[in-house]
Design a protein. Structure first.
Length: 84
């Protein structure tokens, strides 16, 4: 999400979709990235101080609830997909 603040104001668009399918909840968040993130084992990583805390929190909660998560790039967009 931090990467969006580096973009021109007209490109600062975050899409959030939440769907219920059967007994599952699908959360899909997509936003343009100012630069392609570095991934390690499918997880975006950063060396910037006090950054990446949100990603760690998402992973913790999703794993606690026995869900699934996926972080990836789709063109110029950074995408987070969560199934609970």
């Amino acid at each position: 999400m931090h990467a969006v603040t580096k973009l021109p104001e007209e490109k600062r668009i975050v899409h959030l979709s939440i769907f219920e399918k059967g007994n599952h909840l699908l959360i899909l968040q997509k936003n343009p990235a100012s630069e392609t993130p570095v991934f390690s084992n499918g997880i975006p990583v950063t060396t910037a101080k006090n950054h990446g805390i949100g990603v760690q929190s998402v992973i913790y909660y999703v794993e606690k609830e026995h869900g699934q998560y996926q972080f990836y790039m789709e063109g110029e967009d950074f995408v987070v997909r969560i199934i609970l």
